[in-house]
Design a protein around this ligand. Structure first.
Ligand SMILES: [Zn+2]
Length: 264
């Protein structure tokens, strides 16, 4: 059973993969027996390792499996702009938002934070809510990670080349205006997950120079200065009009293609 502590607690141990079985909502582990679980993803392939992790009052069984990759080439390329309102905006006009369940959890988190600040320091009533808060943080981190897995999987399945801004440079540029560490975590997760999935699927991730991706016209390269509040790109030079972030995503794809043709 889970125990509650105010501080973050973490421990983990490996379990033999022999005799592991997964049936419906139950997993059977050797020496532990049958335990009810919440399955986050359908299992595929053969189980290679099994780790049990206890963190902030939750127990996780982490199974790694070996599967044959079956991702087909599609002949398509995509540019991805990473944003605050939408996690990812693609050059073909798709918006990947944070899912509704995540927004709901974030609202619940804020509520808990308010309760903590109302309660008296050192009191048991406060300690109880602090433990709940740690648990909620953990829960949201998992939901976010899951979402990044889903979006990266979609990108890998549909495109052969995926272009992102180089975050090492972007962070310096963007954080100057908007210090949002949460968004940063989401962005680097998405890029990381896409990159490693690309490797095993024989696909390609290209990182490009982020400077002026939102200012430059993706159609004619003209510089069209705009503040963050301007959400539509309107080019006086070629007349094109499109969403600001889609324009940026198109520039990201364009730069990746140029980068590749320069190499070969
Ligand atoms: Zn233009």
């Amino acid at each position: 059973m889970s125990s509650f502590q105010g501080d973050e607690s973490l421990s983990q141990f490996h379990v033999s993969t022999k005799r592991i079985s997964l049936k419906g909502k139950y997993i059977t582990l050797s020496k532990v027996g049958s335990v009810r679980i919440k399955l986050h993803r359908q299992m595929q392939g053969a189980i290679k390792t099994c780790t049990v992790i206890a963190k902030n009052g939750w127990y996780y069984v982490c199974l790694s499996c070996e599967i044959e990759t079956q991702t087909r080439a599609t002949g398509k390329r995509i540019g991805v702009d990473l944003g605050l309102k939408h996690l990812a905006i693609t050059s073909d006009g798709n918006f990947h938002d944070a899912p509704k369940y995540l927004r709901k959890s974030e609202r619940q988190l804020k509520k808990l934070q308010r309760i903590v600040s109302r309660r008296k320091k050192g009191s048991n009533r406060r300690k109880k809510v602090v433990a709940l808060l740690a648990k909620k943080h953990e829960y949201i981190a998992n939901q976010r990670r899951n979402n990044a897995h889903q979006v990266s999987r979609q990108l890998i399945n549909h495109y052969d080349l995926i272009a992102f801004e180089d975050l090492k440079i972007t962070n310096m540029v963007k954080n100057h205006h908007l210090a949002k560490s949460i968004a940063d975590v989401g962005w680097s997760q998405l890029v990381q997950f896409t990159a490693y999935k690309a490797e095993s699927a024989g696909k390609r991730v290209v990182l490009v120079e982020p400077r002026n991706t939102s200012q430059q016209c993706s159609n004619c390269d003209e510089m069209v200065k705009k503040t963050l509040a301007v959400r539509t790109h309107r080019c006086p030079s070629c007349g094109i009009e499109c969403n600001r972030d889609v324009n940026a995503a198109k520039n990201i794809l364009k730069r990746a293609s140029q980068q590749l043709s320069n190499v070969s």
